[in-house]
Write a protein that binds this ligand. Structure first.
Ligand SMILES: Cc1cc2nc3c(=O)[nH]c(=O)nc-3n(C[C@H](O)[C@H](O)[C@H](O)COP(=O)(O)OP(=O)(O)OC[C@H]3O[C@@H](n4cnc5c(N)ncnc54)[C@H](O)[C@@H]3O)c2cc1C
Length: 393
């Protein structure tokens, strides 16, 4: 067990993939950050993730940032010998309705204009890439750059690298208060004692609004439920690609469906509800998604892959994802000197984690961070100040 230090150059609150990546990025600058996790590392949203890494249909304006984010994961896999099952299998977005074909064509044209290797496929071309997808397809979009990783192993790798670079990481240590002194952050209080630090970074996933409220800052992060189903192990190649929906409103912004096969052989299926306001404290519990919603999800899966109908489900789980009003991350400094944030999710936080962590380095240290052109873009899209307010009370 690691003892809690009394001081650190920065405290990172929340040991999911964003917290681990932030601790690593800060440690790589020579700082001695302390990462504090309330429960188990990766035990909240991160461990429940499908951890697809890619650019397709995730917001055209953010495309250069997402491409960089994907490259960072690919580089990490290469540099470490890929202990986290990085697999670049590509992504197919199925088209079931004639009006969605125009949506798919538009995404493909806009991404191609940015240099992406994407294509609009006929049903036959789609089935060449995904033979068991025999549902009523009228086409699909195709993005070869999408990969997946094992979310726990990815987290473990980043955490190991953070420690090797000089970070201390302590689990089972909830932060209970933020210390403020002379109008700036001065550290944190925890269930195991206080830690003084000139910088605190909030990476608390769906709990981040609650953490910010400890410093009198209001962040509009609302939860939505993500439902995941996992089948018994299937033969390798049952599902070859990351499968998603090509939807009218476009990609993850309108909620999403995602199907893929893990390296373990399990077929994973995921779909999300709209953001909602849960009763007080609800984020602390695993919630049941309404049964109708689950059945609808299963129907979509079986419509596309009827051969899976005979396969029993092994388990199902639900997690909250914290989303912002414009579905973009909050990453940067908050209106209290020394306090920073990286949170907001939107269903693709795993993919963005290494990129957002690099962006935060500049917020914390005033130097380094992303390459200049990307830093300007990240500052424009992810600035927490677009929503963060000091609580008038
Ligand atoms: C089913 C599902 C599928 C997904 N699929 C994808 C995908 O394919 N691709 C992708 O990029 N993203 C995906 N995501 C989203 C991605 O997993 C998340 O964006 C990412 O994992 C969020 O990481 P995080 O570190 O912000 O949050 P978390 O992993 O939730 O970490 C926050 C941590 O903060 C801790 N914490 C909270 N309060 C305190 C406190 N007071 N003190 C100390 N610690 C505290 C919590 O215990 C938690 O461990 C998916 C998510 C789900 C649920």
């Amino acid at each position: 067990m690691t003892d809690l230090p009394h001081s650190a150059d920065a405290v990172v609150v929340g040991g999911g993939i964003l917290g681990a990546a932030t601790a690593r990025a800060l440690a790589r600058t020579g700082m001695k950050p302390l990462l504090l996790e309330a429960r188990a590392f990766g035990g909240a949203v991160t461990g429940a993730s499908l951890a697809a890494i890619g650019t397709h249909m995730h917001g055209i304006e953010e495309y250069p940032l997402l491409r960089h984010a994907g490259q960072l994961w690919s580089d990490l896999a290469e540099a470490t010998g890929n202990p986290f099952e990085y697999n670049r299998q590509g992504k197919l977005c199925y088209i079931l309705h004639p009006e969605d074909r125009a949506v798919g064509a538009d995404w493909v044209a806009r991404e191609q204009a940015l240099g992406a290797e994407v294509a609009l496929l006929t049903p036959e071309e789609a089935r060449e890439r995904e033979p068991l997808m025999t549902g009523p397809l009228i086409g699909a979009t195709w993005a070869p750059d999408t990969a997946t990783v094992n979310p726990f192993l990815g987290l473990r790798t980043v955490l190991r690298l953070a420690r090797e670079a000089g970070a201390t990481a302590v689990a089972n240590t909830p932060v209970t208060a933020l210390r403020i002194d002379g109008g700036r952050i001065a550290g944190v209080e925890t269930s195991c004692g206080a830690v003084s630090a000139p910088h605190v970074v909030l990476t608390g996933g769906p709990w981040t609004a609650r953490l910010a409220a400890m410093a009198g800052i209001v962040l509009p992060i609302r939860p939505r439920q993500a439902q995941c189903l996992a089948s018994m192990r299937q033969p390798p190649g049952t599902i070859r690609r990351v499968i998603s929906a090509c939807e009218r409103a476009g990609g993850v912004d309108s909620g999403y469906t995602q199907i893929q096969q893990a390296a373990s052989g399990q077929v994973l299926f995921n779909t999300v509800t709209a953001p909602f306001d849960p009763p007080e404290g609800a984020q602390d519990h695993i919630h049941e998604v309404p049964p109708g919603f689950v059945l609808e999800s299963i129907e979509t899966l079986l419509m596309l892959f009827p051969s899976l109908a005979a396969q029993p489900l092994l388990r199902s789980w639900v997690r909250f994802e914290g989303v912002t009003p414009d579905s973009r991350f909050l990453a940067g400094s908050l209106p209290l000197p020394g306090l920073h944030v990286a949170a907001g999710d939107n269903g693709s936080g795993y993919c963005r984690a290494l990129m957002l962590a690099d962006h935060l380095v500049a917020a914390v240290t005033g130097a380094g961070g992303l390459p200049e052109d990307l830093a300007a873009l990240a500052a424009r899209f992810y600035a927490p100040m677009r929503f963060a307010q000091r609580d008038a009370a």
